[in-house]
Design a binder for this molecule. Structure first.
Ligand code: ATP
Ligand code: MG
Length: 438
């Protein structure tokens, strides 16, 4: 971190010694002043890209159109951007024109919030034309200039505003909030991918509960280009409360994907709502699968799907052995259907906030479920002591869909502790299943 910072200062010095005013700008200055771990270090300079390129040996033309090149120094990359002004924004997304300017203040004027619109030179002197330091002291997030105009130029700024307010723990200045409300319908012009990325940062950030509350209060959650499921939009406030509980519970706070799962569980969203939300927000692959699996498991356990064992939590709490046995069986079948990882994730949520997130409150059979999970000798067909091709050979039948079905039967017996996970035992059980089927 310090090494990157001082490499950045070296880049500044090289530029200023060549006669080009240069500054660290934006988020890195904000985070430095706040003593926060920062992200990228961005540099702004009066020098035009060709001049910057001639000064450094290791430099890439990463965004010439916008005046940006990337300088590599001491193993770190720095985006060096020529001071510029933006104008036009007829699509509420991109400026129609950018123009290079001579004064850093003009560059700072195009930035979104006062705390993001400060520059620092190589000696640590600040340029702060919009009162960013004062707003930092007062802990307030304020748009640079006329808020409604700025949000109208680029509608993504509304989501950024909510993200920064939540992340920094700032209140949103009243006229900034009014400007946001006045332009909120423009959110539909923002690509869903960018909405998804902002939401992801909010959920993964310092105060996801606050972000959810602000999203709900602002009406932005209701105004995306592709609608989020109504149950999710309507459930955001409830989810905020449950997320807060999960974040404040003892133990390690939950992280990224589990927070999304907590959000959905808090909303009372169905697995179908979860999948629809992840699709609309353009989350794909492993992550979406992981989040969706927890949601599906939760739906099963909550009894939304018939057979959910935790729906009978009262009886379990009363210690009725027979029903507890049924709960164990239901849990184990759910683990087989949704996987060990989803089961671990779900238990982790239950542990983080038993009263809020998990069903059955603090007295739910989580400890037992956790033990049942640990004690499962196999949770997937691949963990069985017998393979599909061995069943085929043993039966002397052509392979077919029956193989997977029989593996699953064997898996259930092993998982439930009714058969040992040994080849001879499993082949014998298989033979008896086959006989019963005939
Ligand atoms: P973080 O990287 O932690 O999300 P950041 O402030 O560094 O926060 P970036 O998206 O990296 O945000 O942008 C760097 C800077 O560029 C911002 O601090 C701000 O000055 C400016 N900026 C970024 N996006 C916008 C925007 N949509 N409108 C106006 N200015 C912006
Ligand atoms: Mg940044």
């Amino acid at each position: 971190e310090e090494a990157a910072w001082s490499a950045g200062l070296d880049v500044l010095r090289r530029l200023t010694e060549a006669g080009h005013p240069a500054y660290l700008v934006g988020g890195c200055v904000r985070d430095r002043l706040l003593g926060r771990r920062g992200g990228d270090i961005d540099i702004a300079t009066a020098a035009e890209p060709t001049a910057v390129m001639s000064l450094f040996a290791d430099v890439l033309p990463t965004g010439l159109k916008h005046g940006t090149v990337t300088v590599r120094e001491a193993g770190f990359g720095f985006e060096v951007t020529t001071f510029r002004q933006e104008s036009g924004y007829s699509d509420a997304r991109h400026p129609d024109a950018v123009a290079f300017v001579r004064d850093v203040r003009e560059d700072l004027a195009r930035r979104d919030f006062t705390v993001n619109a400060m520059a620092m030179d190589a000696d640590g002197a600040l340029v702060d034309p919009f009162g960013g330091q004062a707003d930092m002291r007062d802990r307030v997030l304020r748009a640079v200039g006329h808020a409604a105009e700025r949000f109208g130029e680029d509608a993504l700024r509304m989501l950024r505003g909510i993200r920064f307010a939540a992340e920094l723990g700032y209140r949103i200045d009243e006229s900034t909030w009014d400007g946001l409300l006045a332009r909120r319908d423009k959110l539909r012009l923002v690509a869903m991918e960018r909405v998804g990325a902002e939401l992801d940062k909010m959920i993964g950030g310092a105060d996801p509960a606050r972000a959810l509350t602000l999203l709900s209060e602002s009406g932005l959650a209701d105004r995306t280009a592709e609608p989020l499921p109504p149950a999710v939009v309507a459930g955001l406030r409830a989810a905020a409360g449950e997320m807060a509980a999960a974040m404040n519970a003892q133990g390690e706070p939950i992280g990224g994907d589990l927070r999304w799962a907590a959000l959905f569980v808090g909303c009372g969203a169905t697995a179908a709502d979860v999948l629809a939300t992840l699709r609309v927000l353009r989350y794909a692959g492993r992550r979406a699968e992981r989040i969706a699996s927890v949601a599906r498991l939760h739906e099963r356990l909550s009894g939304a799907i018939p057979g959910g064992p935790f729906g009978r939590r009262k009886a379990i709490a009363e210690g009725a052995g027979a029903i507890a046995g049924e709960a164990r069986e239901g849990w184990i079948r759910a683990v087989l259907d949704f996987g060990r990882e989803a089961a671990r994730d779900w238990l982790r949520l239950a542990e983080a906030a038993p009263s809020a997130i998990a069903l059955g409150g603090p007295d739910g059979p989580y400890r037992e479920a956790s033990r049942w999970l640990r004690e499962m000798p196999a949770a997937a067909a691949s963990e069985l002591a017998v393979r599909g091709d061995e069943l085929v050979r043993h039966a002397g039948l052509p392979a077919g869909p029956w193989v997977a079905r029989h593996l699953r039967l064997l898996l259930e017996e092993v998982a439930l502790g009714r058969a040992a996970n040994e080849k001879t035992v499993l082949l014998a059980a298989f033979a008896s299943h086959l006989r019963k089927e005939r």
